[in-house]
Write a protein that binds this ligand. Structure first.
Ligand code: GTP
Length: 638
């Protein structure tokens, strides 16, 4: 705890009662008035708490006001902090363990580009149609179900490899999927995106099955064995131990081209899901929960979205709440384009009736009626507005601080500083990365401080906010929250749960070995360095023909293309080159992506498509080359 003590901040055991409600925002002057203290005293105390460049018109958010009031020994009434991510949580019913029933597993396929993810999905989807209804046509709705050939069990596959919804949910720490199938081509073994996928899998805690594909390319058994041994060793290097290597991860060898062993893949998924005993509730009284896996506006139909059900049974007339929109379910169809009357857990259906288009990856929750939906949407919008206000207050405070800073400079100095800031887009000096050190004894506190305080370079540097002995206190957590610090604990073995899983989500790092501690601090510093990106081409298209069509009075040009390789997504970043790869004539994004008249989200190798570009770019011609790229972060070092 920092030594505060300008009169008002003397700590005592008896808490004072507040005689005002804490506002969302308050200036330093007004807070000083409410507290009956001198403005300068409050400013000095705020500086001790780590606030920089404070003046009397600095605006404090509610969180910071609470912190200072706590330091002034006031009792702060407990309130549940709601934000637009968790606002709907209070509507969720807790599951009734007795009502949990087995449901099909939800599976995502990941792997390196061109290792055969799409071919596996196509094989599974086509075989599912052939079996269900001869000659039927599947529509892409983001997920589909197969029935396994031998055990006749159902499996749900998310049907775009590395599906956007899956990635978005993962970012938020939610799990849309139960099992990941990691595809590795027998020809290539592990490649960079395989390694990326392994990282995803480890972080998500999902169960894993490894599928070695393209085995038809190695008809001789001894060649297959050789390749397989290499893959198993490569996997081991990345901490994946398959069954053949003493681990418990299943490995299947398949060819999605010939269909060889594809039934083994499906049965492996079923047997893993049985071990996992995947269940969810779907009593008649269960309120539905699920996720949006696709959403689009269909011409003459309206807003439609694919909902993957997590619990409950969705029926016509149900009211679903999602983000800032809701839906009275008008109609539901499955991926065979058949109308259905209900959708059970792990089933995906296209749902019609949305007021506005929901976002892919967002969670849905059933509510009793439209009035409840509207009430919660209004609450959420108010929270979003508040969050935006907090952001603009932060910006206001920063601008004020910058103005204050600049007033001490004059004339030419001021001009130069402004120009420099503009050019380098940095404030002066390296970025300070804050740490709070907590140790068992004071000797080790000093030792830890000395070994890390000099770390850094001209971009980032280590800044020690405080060092002290003992487990992190509530005050340490608040200080860490205020200063965005990481708390480093050395030789502190037993930490209370409320510290480890603290409500501020402050990272608490524990060490007994100083080298490991230094390594991690370097890692944190590197993560705070500026991100540098380079282009990575992930797909190319040949521009074959330019089409024109009239929209009202305007003529619109469309680039008619064929995908030479990779996967192309709507909104992807692209560059267009002419005659040579160096001659870039356009850089921007895909605005619309169509197949025939239909808007599509993705297309891939061998397919034709029509494209328009952002910024109304139309100066393209047949023969141009379109390269789709991602910006890939370049690894940084101290
Ligand atoms: N011989 C053989 N070729 C395959 C097999 N699976 C996929 N391929 C071929 O490998 C190439 C890439 O397959 P895709 O399914 O598009 O690979 P992907 O992983 O989806 O690729 P991206 O979508 O670009 O990430 C295509 O030419 C496929 O025909 C297989 O089991 N055997």
């Amino acid at each position: 705890m920092i030594a505060l003590g300008q009169g008002t901040m003397q700590k005592s055991n008896k808490l004072k009662e507040l005689n005002f409600t804490i506002p969302n925002f308050i200036s330093v002057t007004n807070l000083a008035n409410l507290l009956n203290c001198r403005i300068q005293t409050l400013i000095n105390d705020l500086a001790k708490l780590g606030f920089k460049d404070i003046s009397n018109d600095y605006i404090l958010t509610k969180e910071y006001t609470e912190l200072i009031l706590q330091e002034y020994n006031y009792h702060i009434p407990e309130t549940v902090v709601q934000d637009c991510q968790n606002i709907y949580d209070e509507l969720k019913q807790s599951s009734n363990p007795k009502a949990l029933k087995r449901r099909p597993p939800i599976v995502t396929i990941l792997g390196h580009v061109d290792h055969g993810k799409t071919t596996i999905i196509d094989y599974l989807r086509n075989s599912s149609v052939v079996k269900q209804e001869h000659g039927g046509i599947t529509q892409h709705i983001g997920a589909f179900q197969v029935t396994t050939p031998v055990t006749k069990q159902k499996i749900t596959f998310l049907d775009t490899p590395g599906h956007a919804a899956f990635l978005k949910m993962r970012e938020r720490g939610a799990n849309i999927t139960d099992i990941i199938v990691l595809v590795i081509s027998m020809e290539d073994s592990i490649k960079p995106q395989t390694v990326e996928a392994i990282k995803h899998i480890k972080n998500s805690g999902n169960e894993l099955i490894v599928a070695i594909t393209k085995i038809d390319k190695f008809p001789r058994l001894e060649d297959r064995k050789k390749k397989l041994t290499k893959i198993i060793n490569d996997l081991m290097q990345h901490g994946i131990m398959v069954e053949d290597n003493g681990g418990d991860i299943q490995l299947v060898q398949i060819s999605a081209k010939t269909g060889e062993n594809m039934e083994n893949l499906e049965e492996s998924i079923v047997s893993l899901s049985e071990i996992m005993d995947i269940r969810s509730e779907n009593l008649p009284s269960t309120m539905v929960q699920g996720w949006i896996v696709e959403s689009k506006i269909k011409n003459k139909v309206g807003n439609i979205a694919t909902v993957l059900i997590k619990k409950g049974a969705l029926k016509k007339g149900d009211i679903l709440l999602c983000g800032n929109t809701y839906c009275r379910v008008k109609n539901m169809t499955n991926n065979n384009n058949k109308p259905v009357t209900q959708a059970l857990p792990a089933e995906a259906v296209e749902v019609l009736g949305w007021k506005d288009l929901p976002n892919v990856g967002d969670e849905i929750i059933q509510v009793k009626n439209e009035a409840v939906a509207k009430k919660y949407i209004n609450k959420r919008i108010a929270l979003l507005e508040l969050e935006n206000k907090v952001k603009s207050v932060e910006q206001y405070n920063e601008n004020r601080a910058m103005e204050l800073h600049n007033t001490v400079l004059t004339g030419q100095d001021k001009l130069e500083v402004n120009e420099l800031n503009k050019e380098n887009n940095i404030n002066s000096g390296p970025k300070e990365v804050n740490f709070i050190i907590k140790t068992d004894v004071s000797g080790s506190a000093e030792a830890v401080k000395e070994s890390i305080e000099h770390l850094g370079n001209d971009e980032v540097k280590c800044n020690i906010i405080s060092t002290s002995v003992g487990v992190p206190t509530e005050g340490d957590l608040k200080m860490a929250n205020l200063t965005s610090s990481t708390i480093i604990c050395f030789n502190l073995d037993k930490l209370p749960n409320e510290v480890i899983n603290n409500k501020f989500n402050i990272p608490i790092k524990r060490y007994n070995v100083i080298y490991k501690l230094i390594e991690d601090v370097i890692d944190i510093l590197v993560k705070n360095m500026k991100q540098i990106f380079e282009k990575k081409i992930i797909a190319t298209l040949e521009l074959r023909e330019v089409f024109e069509y009239r929209l009202k009075k305007k003529i619109i040009k469309i680039a008619g293309c064929k995908v030479s390789n990779g996967e192309v997504k709507r909104n992807a970043k692209v560059q267009i080159t002419r005659n040579s790869d160096d001659n870039i004539i356009y850089e921007g994004q895909i605005q619309t992506l169509k197949h025939g008249k239909d808007e599509i989200a993705t297309t891939n190798k061998g397919h034709e498509c029509g494209i328009t570009f952002t910024n109304n770019f139309e100066n393209f011609q047949a023969g141009d080359k379109i390269s789709v790229y991602e910006l890939v972060e370049v690894a940084r070092h101290l």
